[in-house]
Write a protein that binds this ligand. Structure first.
Ligand code: FEO
Length: 169
């Protein structure tokens, strides 16, 4: 297996873990009736699986081998909406650094198809960090009073996960 193939398999694992991490935030919000926040994180978790599948499909298309490894347990206790978003932002910075390392490797190995595919992730990571950063700023600004959280909750409800079946639409 090439170095790039191995590194892309590791990135598939990181993306699936990201989805798992964001899914672990959903019960925290659901238990507090913050359904808009829960909806936002369900959609975010789905988006991470989409990221994983994008790399998964690419590895297959270029004749590589997808090997799936165990997914780590998201072992963090959620204590406040602000803490959740701060952890999310830190995690996205970690993912950005991982994508940047893959870009470096693609250049070093002269793997132009991988480099091209990874450009999508470079742009996506700017959006991912900006999203989390915006919510950290807003939670710091508004504080975590009931009124501020309700306002944000209603705003976040606009982001909904894809339906699981036609029945849910
Ligand atoms: Fe797949 Fe949130 O980065």
């Amino acid at each position: 297996m090439t170095k790039m193939n191995k590194a892309l398999n590791e990135q598939i694992n990181k993306e699936i873990f990201s989805g798992y991490l964001y899914l672990s935030m959903v019960p925290y919000f659901e238990e507090r009736s913050l359904d808009g926040f829960a909806s936002w994180f369900k959609a975010q978790a789905q988006e991470e699986l989409f990221h994983a599948m994008k790399i998964f499909n690419f590895v297959h298309e270029v004749g590589g081998t997808v090997v799936l490894d165990a997914i780590e347990k998201p072992d963090i206790e959620w204590t406040s909406p602000l803490q959740v978003f701060k952890e999310g932002l830190e995690h996205e910075k970690f993912i950005t650094a991982s994508i940047n390392e893959l870009v470096d490797l693609a250049r070093k190995e002269k793997d132009w198809p991988a480099l091209d595919m990874l450009q999508w992730f470079v742009v996506e990571q700017v959006e991912e960090e900006a999203n989390f950063s915006l919510h950290v700023d807003q939670l710091e600004m508004g504080g975590e009073s009931g009124a501020a959280l309700m306002f944000m909750n209603n705003k976040m409800a606009a982001r909904v996960p894809l339906p699981l079946s036609a029945d849910e639409e």
